[in-house]
Each structure stands twice: as structure tokens, then as C-alpha cells.
Design a protein around this ligand. Structure first.
Ligand code: C2E
Ligand code: CA
Ligand code: CA
Length: 859
């Protein structure tokens, strides 16, 4: 019996330990293959619109699983509701589809986009199946659904469902208020609200029209409402003075002033002070639409897929607000989503607690048996007292049982201890990032809660993002990416101490919270802060080795300060994030402090993206040429094509501003194609006018070289215009080695094989290594302008330039010096045997017509 007990106990402990062990250490890696199918999602609005993240999240959940690649276009019709905007998007989409972009299914979100596709389908995408979702106008949805190859999902806000819920939860209310305004949405809301009033005759309905009040008077009005009534927040975008409010701002105003429970039927606000409501689930809309697209790709006929009319709505409530009104979770319909619910530790640790409780019960059972045993023994003891002979024997037995009892007690304490340990391990896991072992987002948020309370200290929040990390992941694989992130995590640990908190938010994003000491002297303080950030960046930028490969990474850092930039943790994070974004746009590999201007710049970025599309379709791009001068023959030897953008107002937007945005937004391929076509056309007309061949080099962005078709399309253009390959050169930078090394080199080899030349641009800037000279198929090295400037004032740079020229010649490469602005620089370069110069000293970039004149003058 005793042995059996022991074995059962051991088995339980074993099972407990293995369950915990498995949960902790199972990590799976999904193999990634190249998606075979492509879908395009056309959104009626812009990326910052409230419903978009959820829609995309819903689609991505399905498409990622099915390994289907998703492109997204934004029509931006909420902010720019003009014919011209629709026309531009039409041209833009047509242009791209003509570039042989093939989609298997098109998804379209919201009414404006669907109407657009219904109007233009014949001319744009006659044969591609269409799935629509989030459509409010049932009539429009039905018309679309009746078209061939079209199906989708309707979006219905159910005012009735919400009113039913509201009066059920608050049966004593007398009045129901509807907050609306004079915007088109607001007017629609007002009329459906008043229509509904008829069905609820026990209640008085009243509209509160924000457009009739100033902010202050509206706040007073809201504050005067009775706490026992009900408020519906439907639309509040403007006030009587023409001020605009977004949903967050309106929510803040309402939740600060209204004492009554506030219901909301659409996204935004719940979780930030509103009570809740029965609302459209945009994620669910996106997910269902994506499922339809997948069925179509798998071969189902879209005409056989029924339109979904029952909008997939969800009841969402805020727990904190619920308790304020004495509501319990059971009062809500089953399946409701509850936000801000305190963590239920039993649910969280159920997996450990259940087996542990099981073990405890079993142990108690054993103990009970032993206690009973013990009692029996004592009874015998009494009997034996009378019988001296038996006494000794029985006594012995009793001691043995007591020992066993103690043994069992010991084991009980042991297993209690192991229960505590596993609990501790779970707690650690909940706050730890499994990849790097650093704190995770949850831990960061808790930490920020702590310091936001302590107002006596000043802090800085550093938002760190690795540059171009996505390309490393895509080109070298996730395993390499993970290892890099771990190494970076370890390096950042060097800074973790009493004054600095370190965490990884996910992906390639790290956040540090640093106490700022010695705040009396602002200037000194800034100096030491800058120094600290530079130290952090220097750690990340040290070379990283993985599986014998060397990676030279940079990072961009955005910084927000507490309390200067705000006292709210979410706001501080957002501002640091925004500053980081600006640092990326300023050219990456740098840090920036948040300032109010950034908020503006952030929205400007979105505008630039739209403007680039417009510029492409309305000939706002121009191609300039900067002549190059041969130091041996003293003649013009060729020219570099440089893009210029003259916007509607006639001002020039520099390429350093829009090229990075175009790269980020996937528009660079289109810009590139335009440049090559235009340059080839010019080279052709030069030949027709002069009978001579003009040497032209064009700049190629690293991202273009990751495109499968690049070399083929490039060669096709050259052939089509009847150019000699030898008169054409591509200028690339070392960044191609980060973005798409193997593919890029294959493209370059193919161009070279045809006779097209390859120039390595900006040599000397960044991490230029002599290695590139050998490993890349090059003809020319272009020395970066900074070296030519520095060479005059610092002899070390002069030596460096001489060295680059000599070593290039040694490898049979020609050298072009860029940015030559003075005669002194020219002479110095000539004495070093430099082959060619380019710069303002010889000529500035000029339009093609001017180049012809320049050529006649110099030739
Ligand atoms: P880059 O390829 O290094 O181009 C040389 C830049 O130096 C040009 O600036 C040119 O106007 C400028 N420059 C030339 N000589 C002098 C000089 O003596 N002094 C000074 N201070 N500057 C001089 P730009 O045109 O503003 O172009 C900036 C960058 O934008 C280019 O750098 C290139 O990376 C990119 N870019 C320009 N056109 C294209 C294009 O068609 N496609 C792509 N992908 N990138 C382009
Ligand atoms: Ca260049
Ligand atoms: Ca350059």
C-alpha cells in the first residue's frame, strides 16, 4: 500500500512538471514560401481611418494562413471627396494594371470604393472577381451582388438592437439622448434616431446637435444631463465654430462631462470612457471577405457565394464603466467582448492549478487515511496499556506510522513549493519576450504606469527601430533575423540598470525608458542625453555575425520626454514612435526628439504619397542631366540623369524627400520605369539630332533590384529605343547588398553581359568596403561628394581619395569624383589621376534642351 501511494504521487508530480515544461518551451517556426496568389484590397478611405486597422487585421489573419499576398490601395475619399480624386485613382490603377500587375481577386471596402468599381469595372477589371464588405447601402450592395463574379458582405448598424439593450440594462431611464451633428453621417444618424423613437413610446427621445453649440456650451449641456438617463454617441465631428473633432477627441469630451451611461454603435470610444454597445466588427467583416476571396481562389464560382446580409456585429463593453453603473457581465448577452477586465488569475493559471488541486486532494486523502490509521493505533494503545506484553510491539508500530505521516507531510510541502515555482515561472513568462528574454510590451506598460504616477522624476522614452530589417528577414530568412534580434537584445542589456528600463515591443522595435538626471541645467542635460542615445546606436551598429555572414545594421531612434511631451503613457509612446518615423524619413540611421511639427509632418507624408501618384499621371516629373567631364581628353564624356518633381504650384520637391517615401510605399518601381523610358527617349533624340551617342547613367534604387523582372524590362527599353548598351549605365549603391544581394547581383551580371555599365554610387559614404569592389560586377566607382569636400581641409581625406583612386585602377575600374565645386578640387583630382569629374564647377543638372545646347558648346 505504501509503495503504491508513492508511485501514484510520483506520477502526478511528473505529469504536472511535464505539462508546465511543454507549455513553456514549445516554439514553432512557420516555413515561408513565396505566395502564388495575389489579391488587391481597395479601401475607400486612408490608412489612418479608424476602421482600417481592424479590417486589415481580419483579412491578414486569413491571407497569411493561406499564403496569399495582399496589396492595399487607399482612395482617400473621406478627406478628398472630388471627381478629380476618383479620376486620378482610375488613371493610377489603370496604369498599374497595364504594367502587367495581375490580381486573382479584388476586395473593396466601404461604399465609395464599391460604387467606383461598379462604375469602372468594364474598363478596369472586367474579368477579376470582386468581393465587397462594410457596405452600408443595402441597395448598392444588392445591385453589385447581381453583377456577375461579384459577392460580398453588408454592414448594418442596428440601432434597434442597441436601444433594446440600453432599455433592458437601464429600465429606470426616462430620456434617451442622441449626440449628432450636421455632417452627412450626422444627419443620417439624427433621422434614424428620431424614426426609432416611435417604437419606444415609454421614453422621451432628444437630439443633441453638436453643430449648434460651441465647445464650451456643448460641454455645459452635456454636464447638465441626468445621470439616470441614457446617451447615444452617434456622430460628433464638428461644432458651431467650425472646429473638427476626431473620435478620440469627441470621446474624451463626452466621457469627461456626461454622467449618464454612453452607448456607441460604431468603432472608437469604447475602452476609453464610453460604456459600450452592439457594434460592427470590422475585423470580422475583413475576415469573412477574405474567406470569400480564398474560396474563389480555390475554384468556387463567385456567383454561387451568397451575399452576407446579416452584418457580423459584436457587443463590446468596458468593464470599468460597467461597474460604475452596477452592471455585471451576466447582464450582457452571451459572447459579449469585455474590455478593461481585470485579469482573472484562475483562468490564466488554470492549466497548472487544476492538476495541482488534484494532487492536493489526493494527498489529503492519503493524510486522512493515515490520521484514521493513527487513531486506530491510539485505541489499540489504550488496550495495550492494560497488556504490557503487547505494549512494546504496538508502540513500535505507532512510531513507524508517525514517521510515514511526517514523510507524507514533507512531500506535501515539497509539491506546494513546486506549485509556487511554476506560478512564478508563468508570471515571468507573461512579462518576458521569448525571443530575446527582455521585458515585453505588457511589462513595459506596467512599468510606465509606475513612473507616470511618480511626477517627481523626468524621463525619456526611446523608440528604437532597426533600419531595413524587413529585407534581412525576407532575404536571409527568419532564423538569421531572430539571431540578429537576440544579439541586439544582448547589446542593449548593457544599458539596463537602475535608471534604464529595456523592452522589445515585437518585430525589430525596442523601447527604452531612461531617467534623466541633473535636470537643473537644460543644455548639459540635453548633451548627456544625446551622448547616451549615440552610445545605444553605436552598440547596434557594430557588425553582427550570423552563420558566417556579416551584417552592418543601422537604426533609427525617436525620443519623447516626460513630462514635457505629455503625461499619458500611450501618448508618450505614440510621440516617440512618430519621432522615430521622422528619423527614418530624414534618411534613417539617426535620432530625433519629438516636436509638435511632427504631428503635421506625419499627415503630410500621407499627402505626399497621394501626390506622387498624381504626379505620375499628370507629367509633373522631369528628367535633368548633369554633364560629366573627362580629365584626360578635357571633353564632356556623358551625363547623369536626375529626376525632378515640379508640383502644381511650380515649386520643386527634392528627390531626397520623395524617393524614400516612394521606396517605402512601393511606388519606386513606377518612378524607375518612368525615368528609364524618358532617359532612353532623350538619348534616342540626341542621336537623331547630332548623329552621336550620348552616354547616360540612371540611378537605380536597391528595391527595384529585388524585382524579378528588372533586368529584362531594362534591356527591353534599351532595345526598343535602338540604343547601344555601351552608352547606358546604372548607378547602384551598396544598399543593394542589404536588400536583395543574390537577386541584385544576378541582375547586374545580366546587364553587364549585354554591355551595359554598372557604377557604384556614393562610395565612401556609409560602410563602403573594398570588398564591394571585388564582389560586385562594376565598371566605375563614384567617390562620394563628402570626401571631395573634406579632402581640401583634411589631408587624411586627401590620402583616402588617392587611395580609392589607386585601388580602383588596380582593379581595372574607372573613377568619377562627385560634387566637384572648385578649380582647386579639380586640379587636386587631376594630379591624383582621377578619370572623370562631375559637379557644379563643370555644370549643374539641367533640362534636356539645355543639355543639347551645352553639348554643342562643349563638343
Ligand atoms: P546622387 O545619385 O548621389 O546624385 C548626385 C546629387 O548631387 C544630385 O542631387 C546632384 O544634383 C547633386 N550634385 C551634383 N553636383 C553637385 C555639387 O557640385 N555640389 C552639390 N552640393 N551637389 C551636387 P539630387 O539631384 O538632389 O539627387 C539626390 C539623390 O536622389 C541622388 O543622389 C539619388 O540618390 C536620388 N535620385 C535622383 N534621381 C533619381 C532617380 O531617377 N531614381 C532614383 N532611384 N534616385 C534618384
Ligand atoms: Ca547617382
Ligand atoms: Ca552619388
Amino acid at each position: 500500500m505504501r509503495d503504491k501511494n508513492k508511485r501514484t504521487l510520483m506520477a502526478f508530480v511528473f505529469i504536472l512538471v511535464s505539462v508546465i515544461g511543454l507549455n513553456c518551451f514549445t516554439l514553432t517556426y512557420a516555413a515561408t514560401e513565396k505566395p502564388a496568389y495575389k489579391v488587391l484590397f481597395i479601401s475607400s478611405y486612408h490608412a489612418g481611418f479608424d476602421t482600417l486597422p481592424a479590417q486589415i487585421e481580419g483579412m491578414k489573419r486569413v491571407f497569411d494562413e493561406a499564403n496569399i499576398s495582399l496589396d492595399i490601395d487607399y482612395m482617400d475619399t473621406k478627406r478628398v471627396d472630388t471627381e478629380e480624386n476618383y479620376d486620378n485613382y482610375f488613371k493610377f490603377l489603370k496604369f498599374r494594371l497595364d504594367q502587367d500587375l495581375k490580381y486573382d481577386v479584388i476586395l473593396v471596402g466601404d461604399d465609395n470604393g464599391l460604387q467606383f468599381l461598379m462604375d469602372h469595372r468594364e474598363n478596369l477589371v472586367p474579368d477579376i472577381p470582386i468581393v465587397f464588405f462594410c457596405i452600408n447601402d443595402l441597395e448598392r450592395a444588392t445591385l453589385a451582388n447581381n453583377m456577375s463574379n461579384v459577392t460580398g458582405i453588408v454592414e448594418g448598424i442596428s440601432l434597434k438592437a442597441n436601444l433594446d439593450l440600453a432599455v433592458k440594462l437601464f429600465p429606470n431611464a426616462k430620456k434617451i439622448y442622441g449626440i449628432v451633428d450636421n455632417s452627412p453621417t450626422g444627419k443620417g444618424d439624427a433621422s434614424s434616431f428620431m424614426l426609432a423613437a416611435d417604437s419606444y413610446s415609454d421614453y422621451q427621445f432628444e437630439l443633441l446637435n453638436a453643430s449648434n453649440y460651441t465647445l464650451e456650451s456643448f460641454k455645459q449641456k452635456l454636464a447638465s444631463l441626468n445621470a439616470s438617463d441614457i446617451v447615444f454617441y452617434m456622430s460628433y465631428f464638428e461644432d458651431s465654430t467650425g472646429n473638427n473633432y476626431d473620435i478620440d477627441e469627441a470621446t474624451a469630451i463626452i466621457s469627461e462631462t456626461v454622467k449618464a451611461p454612453v452607448f456607441r454603435m460604431s468603432i472608437g470610444g469604447v475602452g476609453n470612457g464610453l460604456l459600450g454597445g452592439n457594434m460592427v466588427s470590422y475585423e470580422e467583416q475583413g475576415r469573412l471577405a477574405a474567406n470569400m476571396a480564398v474560396s474563389i481562389i480555390k475554384g468556387e464560382n463567385p456567383n454561387d457565394i451568397h451575399m452576407i446580409q446579416e452584418s457580423p456585429n459584436k457587443v463590446i463593453f468596458d468593464y470599468e464603466i460597467m461597474t460604475r453603473y452596477g452592471l455585471k457581465i451576466d447582464d450582457l448577452p452571451k459572447g459579449s467582448i469585455i474590455l478593461n477586465k481585470p485579469i482573472d488569475y484562475f483562468q490564466l493559471y488554470k492549466n497548472i492549478l487544476m492538476p495541482a488541486i488534484g494532487i492536493l486532494i489526493v494527498l489529503m486523502f492519503f493524510i486522512a487515511i493515515l490520521i484514521v490509521d493513527n487513531m486506530k493505533l491510539k485505541a489499540k494503545d489504550k488496550m495495550l496499556y492494560e497488556n504490557n506484553l503487547e505494549l512494546a510491539a504496538l508502540n513500535e508500530e505507532m512510531i513507524a506510522s508517525e514517521e510515514e505521516l511526517r514523510d507524507q507531510y514533507d512531500r506535501l510541502t515539497d509539491s506546494q513549493k513546486s506549485l509556487y515555482e511554476s506560478e512564478e515561472r508563468y508570471r515571468v513568462l507573461a512579462f518576458t519576450d521569448t525571443l530575446t528574454g527582455l521585458s515585453n510590451r505588457t511589462a513595459l506598460m506596467l512599468y510606465l504606469d509606475g513612473f507616470v504616477i511618480d511626477e517627481s522624476k523626468k524621463w525619456a522614452l526611446l523608440y528604437i527601430d532597426i533600419d531595413n530589417f524587413k529585407y534581412i528577414n525576407d532575404s536571409s530568412g527568419h532564423e538569421v533575423g531572430d539571431s540578429i534580434l537576440r544579439q541586439i537584445g544582448n547589446r542593449l542589456r548593457l544599458f539596463e540598470n537602475k535608471y534604464a528600463f529595456l523592452s522589445r515591443l515585437g518585430g525589430d522595435e525596442f523601447v527604452m525608458v531612461v531617467e534623466r538626471e541633473g535636470v537643473s541645467n537644460e543644455e548639459e542635460n540635453l548633451h548627456s542625453a544625446n551622448f547616451f542615445v549615440k552610445e545605444v546606436m553605436a552598440q547596434i551598429e557594430k557588425v553582427i555575425e550570423v552563420q558566417g555572414l556579416l551584417f552592418y545594421l543601422t537604426c533609427s531612434v525617436g525620443i519623447s520626454n516626460y513630462p514635457e511631451d505629455g503625461k499619458d503613457k500611450a501618448m508618450l509612446l505614440r510621440k516617440a514612435d512618430m519621432a522615430m518615423y521622422q528619423a527614418k524619413f530624414a534618411g534613417r540611421s539617426r535620432f530625433l526628439y519629438f516636436d509638435e511639427q511632427m504631428e503635421l509632418a506625419f499627415s503630410q507624408k500621407l499627402t505626399i504619397q497621394n501626390q506622387i501618384r498624381f504626379a505620375l499621371s499628370s507629367n509633373q516629373f522631369l528628367l535633368y542631366y548633369q554633364p560629366q567631364y573627362d580629365l584626360r581628353t578635357n571633353e564632356m564624356i556623358g551625363s547623369e540623369a536626375l529626376i525632378r518633381w515640379r508640383d502644381g504650384s511650380g515649386s520643386f520637391i527634392p528627390p531626397s524627400v520623395f524617393i524614400p517615401i516612394a521606396e517605402e510605399q512601393g511606388l519606386i518601381q513606377m518612378i524607375g520605369s518612368w525615368v528609364y523610358e524618358e532617359a532612353a527617349n532623350h538619348a534616342r533624340s540626341w542621336f537623331e539630332k547630332t548623329g552621336k551617342r550620348l552616354n547616360i547613367s540612371v540611378n537605380v534604387s536597391a528595391l527595384e533590384l529585388s524585382d524579378e523582372q528588372f533586368a529584362d524590362s531594362f534591356i527591353e527599353i534599351i532595345n526598343r529605343y535602338g540604343l547601344e548598351p555601351e552608352q547606358v549605365a546604372v548607378e547602384i549603391t551598396e544598399s543593394i547588398l542589404i536588400v536583395a544581394k543574390d537577386k541584385a547581383i544576378a541582375h547586374l551580371l545580366r546587364l553587364k553581359e549585354k554591355g551595359i555599365k554598372v557604377h557604384l554610387d556614393d562610395f565612401g559614404a556609409g560602410y563602403s568596403s573594398l570588398n564591394y569592389m571585388i564582389s560586385l560586377p562594376l565598371d566605375v566607382v563614384k567617390i562620394d561628394r563628402q570626401f571631395i569636400t573634406d579632402m581640401i581641409v583634411d589631408t587624411r581625406y586627401e590620402d583616402m581619395v588617392r587611395f580609392i583612386i589607386d585601388i580602383s585602377h588596380c582593379y581595372g575600374l574607372q573613377v568619377i569624383a562627385e560634387g566637384v565645386e572648385t578649380q582647386e578640387q579639380l586640379e587636386k583630382l587631376r594630379s591624383m589621376n582621377c578619370d572623370i569629374i562631375q559637379g557644379y564647377h563643370y555644370a549643374k543638372p539641367m533640362p534636356f534642351d539645355a543639355l543639347i545646347e551645352f553639348g554643342q558648346m562643349k563638343g
